[in-house]
Design a protein around this ligand. Structure first.
Ligand code: PLP
Length: 404
């Protein structure tokens, strides 16, 4: 049976057009983009074109794009690079603000910086995972160097009011970074409109290759390199360029921009059909996230009385790939930090599943998924002592009500 892949927030398949564009640079076009000869110049021209394509997706200038090894490196570079050059009033402690629902690529860096003496504020979110811009305003001090709030959350899809947050921070001369790894290609993203100084994106979330990403650095931003080495990337990232990866990332960005007018709407329609189908047929389901300010492809649902891992394994057995929490945390059974920050009770967080649709998802796949979820939840709940208890209590209450 054809497998159904609904885990596009974890990663996406390489687009055939991206692969075609990369192949020549994996075969004969192996030149080093820093070499002066024709082979090198060919590689340099390809890197330059890709840089323009990436810049165009986010409304930046090509010179403001630094290629990285992915979203994680872009986030590390933004936070560590800015904090390294932080200037704070005499005797002060540099201060960083991040949201509590950031990806570990930001959160773990913040924790690392904390150990190095940086003061970090983790701004709380509301039950729909939104950051309140006023909470960021209240956290700003004269020592605040950087605010980093993601554009869209990878687990529940909630879109953050980054534009408002950036306006508040920049009015005080404070730099703003946003992790747009999940947002790029799914929402219009424009660095001018957002008013951010730094923005991270990743190739493999937008049908590009893995191991490539980019950091937008607004012209004039004070930031140290993360990787010291050669002169590459205007000395902002040493190391011979990953030319095939960069070429793939460029084409993926061009395709993402071309598809922005059609694919997200299609995904939203199918996603809503999936949500409606499940909620109509499965009782005791909780919706996690923001009803409207949300990525068009993402649906996070909590199934009471069961473990998400058990649902995941059963759905996988039925040929359907979904995720519990974020891909990066699957394997550890801690409840998702995002759901915890949304104040979802631990038992309910444990029963949460993320469905993330892609450009190839069909309505037939959605209908098959709904049917499978109905079947699997029923089967797993039938084995759940918690559900048995609930049913007994429910039956007892009904008997009492009849007796009255
Ligand atoms: N930021 C967010 C929001 C993500 O979802 C991810 C990947 O899951 C990353 C950063 C890390 O990106 P990469 O896998 O390219 O290192």
């Amino acid at each position: 049976m054809e497998r159904i892949y609904l885990d596009h927030n974890a990663t996406t398949a390489l687009d055939p057009e991206v692969l075609e564009a990369m192949l020549p640079f994996l075969r004969s076009g192996f030149g080093n983009a820093s070499s002066a000869h024709a082979d090198g110049r060919q590689a340099r021209a390809a890197v330059d074109e890709a840089r323009s394509q990436v810049a165009e997706l986010i409304g930046a200038q090509p010179r403001e794009i630094v290629f990285t090894s992915g979203g994680t490196e872009a986030d590390n570079h933004a936070l560590r690079g800015v904090l390294e050059l932080a200037r704070v009033p005499e005797g002060g402690t540099p201060h960083l603000i991040v949201s509590a629902v950031e990806h570990p690529a930001v959160l773990a860096v913040a924790q690392h910086l904390e150990k190095q003496g940086v003061r970090v504020t983790y701004v709380a979110v509301d039950p729909q995972a939104r950051v309140d811009p006023d909470a960021v305003r209240a956290a700003l001090t004269d020592e605040t160097v950087l605010v980093s709030v993601m554009l869209a959350n990878n687990e529940v899809g909630t879109i953050q009011p980054v534009q408002e947050i950036a306006a508040i921070a920049r009015a005080r001369g404070i730099l703003v970074h946003t992790d747009a790894v999940q947002a790029a290609g799914r929402l219009p993203v424009d660095v001018q409109e957002l008013g951010v100084d730094l923005l991270s994106i990743s190739g493999h979330k937008i049908y590009g290759p893995k191991g490539i990403g980019a950091l937008y650095i607004r012209r004039g931003t004070r930031i140290a390199p993360l990787l010291h080495g050669g002169h590459q990337e205007r000395r902002r990232r040493g190391g011979t360029e990953n030319v095939p990866g960069i070429v793939g990332m460029g084409v993926a960005c061009r395709l993402a921009r071309e598809r922005l007018a059609t694919i997200p709407d299609r995904e939203r329609e199918l996603r809503d059909r999936l949500e409606a189908g499940i909620r109509q047929q499965v009782p005791h389901v909780r919706f996690n996230g923001h009803p409207t300010e949300r990525l068009p492809n993402t649906l996070n649902l909590g199934f009471n009385f069961v473990e998400g891992e058990a649902l995941l394994m059963n759905l996988d057995f039925e040929g359907i790939a979904i995720s519990t929490g974020s891909a990066c945390s699957s394997g550890d059974l801690e409840p998702s930090h995002v759901l915890m920050a949304m104040q979802i009770p631990v038992e309910e967080a444990h029963g949460s599943l993320r469905f993330s649709l892609g450009k190839e998802t069909t309505s037939e796949q959605i209908d098959r998924t709904i049917a499978a979820v109905v079947r699997v939840v029923e089967r797993v709940r039938a084995l759940s002592p918690m559900y048995a208890d609930f049913k007994r209590q429910q039956a007892a209450q009904e008997t009492q009500a009849h007796a009255r």
